[in-house]
Write a protein that binds this ligand. Structure first.
Ligand code: ATP
Ligand code: MG
Length: 1003
């Protein structure tokens, strides 16, 4: 452990938090609060020592200004530091740093993070280094880095804390003046407060209670924190006895009761005011006797009233100017900066500081910087600045901070407070650059403040629209409504000209936000209209492609076949293989898939987009020219064309890339959704459910009922049905409006009416199912979409009407098989045949199911295969072939178990039990059939007594791989090393065991 580490553990900190500058105060009337603190700290330390981990608590202290919150927190820190192993972290909000992104969190975490050894630092950061690092001011964003999603930063911080907590536990995290916390820090702290219960972390927050004019956001955070607090205390005024005690401790016992009583009344039991008034009484040599009590009220005005006049009287104008400069800087004030901001000489500054210390306005911190003795004094001085002086001095502060090499980020807080209306190009440029820097640390709100200020400057006419465009883009990941409004303004010719390439980009982004808010038609139209006015062919293609894409995602459209033909023609005309062309090809691949065109065609298009199985440059998941929708369409194409492994590789990339980029909102949600869908198609239902639920959670975190939620719920309902949880599926579907008239405007996956029909069949409500599926069919046929996997309406409609209209049912079932054969994937044909079998009896059903099993056995659709096996078993039982029935049912059960399709397992077991068959195999299949060639190799050597390391050397593979293969062999053999030879049917330790069936050489 490093020395600094030790310091942190004992909590002595860097001194910048002001702790070491404050003398210890004897706290009066705070026994209950202190007891609560001691209890919480003891509990944390004891429970942690006893092995507890989920022991987090939150203490909240609130009260009026000056009531003693900070003093109490000093005690908390002292108490916590006395505990051996507790790591104490401290930060406080600053009235002037209110708008400085991550101001609180940087104070809280930087000292601890910078104290980690490089290796530990990497472990703690995981994949989040490029997200959390820049936000916490630990490193500059990488060259070419993208904007960070603030939700990503918060998720990254969650990860980091989860890593840090066990390493430095128990952790006591103290935040004072939470009401002045910057938006970015507060958003995380309130989110973390929920999670901290699962960690060995004690959170202690203090904030002012009485200010009703805090922005709503602060009020909300305060409410949230209070709601989560395990213990809350509102600090009361001090009692008459305590104040009398304070007076007598300072002035001696001669202080008369009547004087003390009046004193207590005047300060209303407020300790800050009491201390200030005592100072005044002492300075004025006022005798603490009854007849002087009348003067106390007047003195109190001087002590705490703090008007401009009272400060000038007290300090003189030169010194006050220096104090103003300090007030502007807020906390941890650098003397050189303050000196330059008020344009004083070093000499003058020195005098001013001397005077300000004497007047108990400023105090010096151990690192040589200055600090206000109390934030109330800082506020009071700042508030006495005439407006013109204040804005002017902020301008100087911005310049001086930049000159001092502290960067635009630090300067921008002042820049936004400067005069506007000057039309200064340089200021506009700086504000725009600062906005970019804010986006790179995940602070879009701060970026927007800069850009709004730039608009007020105002910028030159010819760049006004560009600033509006930047403003719109700055809210892309966080505020869809603002983005739409600002981008529309940027595109409005009345706001001035926008460069053509920016017009294309603004339109594309506008359409993305519209689409993800469910306005797909508008998204498509916006792109189409702009495309018609775009001269540049590349830009035009981009917009046309986007328009196609949004149409494709709509629930319905007027001219589906026409659009598809036009898209086909566009593809024919493509000559190059740059990103734009490939984007169109990807779209075509998905379009063909939905149309149910021969699978090979769609796959040819899809493969021509990829470079050696990976996304090409310019079409990546985080690429902003094309958006993530294009790779999504490619992945969907692979998912529905039985190339699920390829799809999963793409989706896994998406998850990682969004994580690394810190795009934690809808993007990551979509990646989870897509992965969930792929897992569902593959039949890994438990994993599918997990991914889909995560997608749903992320979506609900952003807003209610977004298209993402609709997608996730759709596939989740299907997954639950497959797992046999019909009621749960039904309730979820109803809750999210998966019933006529199908609330969502977006249609992605799966087709809502088809799914609803399937659900109704599961609930044996055939008439309703028939109506829903007929509607689905009519719409999809008109649109020219015949894919039976994506929308299996026809096969299900056949089942719904089979009892009443057997002939029509057959027509639909045959149509589905026909369409599936046209599409041509094994999973599509197999499933269509299985559905067809459901409306047939006897030998015909058996034959259809035998074919279905054959096809599905060649597909990656594991769950579909399991269903067909069980159905075949049941059909065989019905025709009296019990032995065959039993075999297929066993196979079905094994596969269904592998898929976590509990409902199907149950169904197959019932089928067996009801007909007097055993619900489980007695023995297992000859396990030797199940060993792979590599497993045979290691088994062979193991029975000869070759130790694993030598097996590894002999086979030239890693030891861990040998161990894994051996473990698989033992598991399959149902035996450890001793019984392996006999399980393999070999005499003990002969050389050269071979696969069963092959003649061993010696024999
Ligand atoms: N319980 C107490 N007994 C005696 N003196 C106290 C007590 N609490 C605070 N004080 C004195 O009052 C002064 C103001 O207290 P403190 O700074 O803790 O108030 P605060 O509630 O944090 O104010 P703010 O809302 O402005 O942050 C302190 O400097 C300290 O000397
Ligand atoms: Mg305080």
């Amino acid at each position: 452990m490093t020395e600094q580490d030790n310091e942190l553990r004992t909590g002595s900190g860097s001194g910048r938090d002001g702790d070491s500058t404050s003398p210890r105060v004897r706290l009066r009337d705070r026994d209950a609060e202190l007891r609560s603190v001691e209890t919480a700290v003891d509990k944390l330390c004891c429970e942690f020592a006893a092995g507890g981990t989920e022991i987090g608590e939150l203490l909240a202290f609130s009260g009026r200004p000056g009531i003693g919150k900070t003093s109490l927190l000093h005690e908390v820190r002292r108490v916590a530091k006395l505990r051996d192993r507790a790591t104490v972290l401290f930060a406080r909000g600053g009235e002037r740093q209110f708008n400085e992104p991550y101001h609180v969190l940087r104070q809280l975490l930087q000292p601890l993070l910078t104290s980690l050894e490089p290796d530990e630092f990497r472990q703690v950061m995981g994949t989040w280094e490029e997200v959390v690092g820049p936000a916490m001011g630990l490193k500059r964003p990488k060259a070419g880095a993208r904007r960070l999603d603030p939700q990503g930063v918060r998720d990254g911080l969650d990860y980091v804390l989860t890593q840090l907590a066990p390493r430095r536990a128990p952790l006591v995290m103290i935040v004072d003046d939470l009401h002045w916390g910057d938006h970015e820090s507060l958003s995380w702290l309130t989110q973390f407060a929920v999670r901290s219960r699962e960690l060995p972390v004690l959170l202690v927050f203090a904030f002012r209670e009485d200010e009703n004019d805090w922005p709503t956001e602060i009020q909300q955070h305060r409410k949230a924190v209070l709601g989560l607090a395990t213990s809350k205390h509102e600090l009361n005024r001090l009692s008459l006895v305590s104040v009398t005690d304070m007076i007598r401790a300072e002035l001696g016992d001669k202080a008369e009761d009547a004087f003390c009583y009046e004193f207590w009344n005047v300060v209303n039991g407020n300790p800050f005011e009491a201390v200030a008034l005592l100072d005044q009484v002492r300075d004025q040599d006022l005798e603490p006797v009854e007849e002087n009590s009348q003067q106390l009220r007047e003195l109190a005005v001087d002590a705490t009233g703090m008007t401009l006049k009272s400060w000038i009287d007290r300090l003189g104008s030169g010194t006050l100017r220096f104090a103003w400069a300090c007030a502007m800087l807020g906390t941890d004030i650098r003397v050189d900066l303050a000196t330059r901001i008020c344009a004083q000489t070093t000499e003058g500054a020195r005098d001013a500081i001397k005077q300000l210390r004497k007047q108990r306005v400023l105090t010096q911190t151990p690192n040589g910087n200055l600090e206000f003795v109390h934030p109330l004094i800082g506020s009071s001085i700042y508030n006495t600045m005439p407006e013109a002086t204040r804005t002017g001095m902020h301008g100087v502060a911005a310049a001086e901070i930049e000159n001092a090499g502290l960067g635009l980020l630090a300067a921008s807080r002042h820049l936004v407070e400067t005069f506007s209306g000057e039309g200064d190009d340089k200021t506009v440029r700086k504000l725009r650059r600062a906005a970019v820097e804010h986006l790179l640390i995940g602070a879009p709100e701060a970026a927007q403040r800069c850009l709004h200020r730039a608009l007020n400057e105002p910028p030159a006419d010819d760049i006004r629209a560009e600033v509006l465009y930047e403003l719109g883009c700055s809210a892309l990941l966080t505020d869809p409504v603002a983005t739409v409004n600002q981008l529309k303004l940027a595109l409005d010719p009345d706001e001035g000209p926008l460069r053509p390439e920016l017009r294309v980009d603004a339109t594309f982004r506008l359409s993305e936000v519209l689409a993800h808010s469910g306005e797909l038609r508008q998204a498509a139209v916006v792109c189409q209209d702009e495309a018609e006015q775009t001269a540049d062919p590349v830009g035009r293609l981009r917009l046309q492609a986007a328009s196609f894409m949004w149409h494709a995602f709509r629930k319905s459209e007027d001219d589906g076949p026409g659009r598809s033909t036009r898209l086909g023609l566009m593809c024919d005309g493509l000559s190059t293989r740059d990103a734009a062309d490939r984007a169109v090809l990807a779209m075509r691949a998905w379009d063909l898939t939905l149309r149910g065109a021969p699978s090979a065609e769609a796959l040819t298009y899809a493969d021509s987009v990829l470079d050696a199985g990976r996304l090409p440059k310019g079409l990546g998941w985080t690429n902003s020219t094309w958006g993530f929708e294009l790779p999504s369409m490619l992945g969907l194409t692979y998912t529905y064309n039985d190339r699920i492994a390829q799809a999963e590789r793409l989706f896994a990339d998406a998850i990682i890339q969004f994580e690394v980029a810190g795009w934690s909102g809808a993007h990551r949600g979509f990646a989870y959704f897509l992965m969930g869908l792929a897992r569902f198609r593959r039949g890994l239902l438990a994993e599918a459910e997990d991914f889909l639920r995560r997608a749903l959670r992320l979506s609900e975190r952003i807003g209610p009922k977004l298209p993402l939620a609709w997608d996730a719920v759709g596939v989740l309902v299907d997954t639950l049905l497959a797992r046999g949880r019909t009621e749960e599926a039904w309730e979820l579907a109803v809750k999210f409006g998966f019933h006529p008239p199908y609330h969502a405007t977006a249609m992605v996956l799966p087709d809502a009416p088809s799914l609803y029909g399937k659900l109704l069949i599961a609930k044996k409500r055939y008439a309703g199912a028939a109506a829903a599926l007929t509607e689905a069919g009519a719409q999809l046929e008109a649109r020219g979409w015949h894919n039976t996997v994506w929308a299996p309406w026809a096969g299900h409609l056949a089942i719904a009407i089979a009892a009443d209209e057997p002939d029509r049912a057959r027509e639909y079932a045959h149509k589905a098989v026909h369409d599936a054969r046209t599409f041509g994937t094994a999973s599509a044909i197999g499933t269509a045949l299985r559905l067809n079998a459901q409306i047939e009896d006897g030998q015909q059903a058996v034959e259809l199911l035998e074919q279905a099993v054959m096809y599905l056995g060649q597909s990656p659709a594991g769950y579909e295969h399991a269903v067909a096996l069980v159905d075949l078993g049941a059909a065989l039982r019905r025709v009296g072939r019990l032995e065959d029935a039993q075999e297929y049912l066993y196979q079905g059960i094994e596969l269904a178990q592998h898929c976590s399709a509990e409902g199907l397992v149950e169904q197959a077991r019932r089928e067996l039990a009801n007909y007097g068959l055993r619900p489980n195999r007695l023995g297992l299949r000859d396990f030797r059939e199940t060993l792979s060639q590599p497993e045979w190799e290691v088994a062979n050597l193991a029975v000869q007594g070759v130790p694993p390391q030598r097996i590894a050397d002999e086979l030239g593979v890693h030891l861990s791989l040998v161990n894994r293969r051996l473990a698989a062999v033992y598991r399959k053999a149902g035996s450890g090393p001793d019984g392996l030879a006999s399980a393999l049917g070999l005499p003990t330790q002969p050389r050269g065991a071979t696969r069963p069936g092959a003649e061993p050489e010696e024999e």
